[in-house]
Design a protein around this ligand. Structure first.
Ligand SMILES: [Zn+2]
Length: 64
């Protein structure tokens, strides 16, 4: 399983961990969570910033 952490998006106080069979799946779960719980985060982002965030999250993804 792959794990991506909400705090890697800059939400230092959030302990949400998204998991998926692939990084892509975990990212999708994380994005759903961000849209639901931190709607302001994505809204203020440009497409480029969002891409950069996903790259960062991908780089931080853990395999366990
Ligand atoms: Zn969160």
């Amino acid at each position: 399983m792959k794990y991506v952490y909400c705090r890697d998006t800059g939400m230092r106080t959030c302990n949400f961990v998204a998991e998926g069979k692939s990084v892509e799946e975990a990212e999708r779960v994380l994005l759903d969570h961000v849209q639901l719980r931190h709607p302001g985060l994505i809204d203020t982002m440009t497409f480029e910033e969002e891409e950069k965030l996903l790259e960062h999250v991908e780089a931080m993804a853990e395999v366990k």
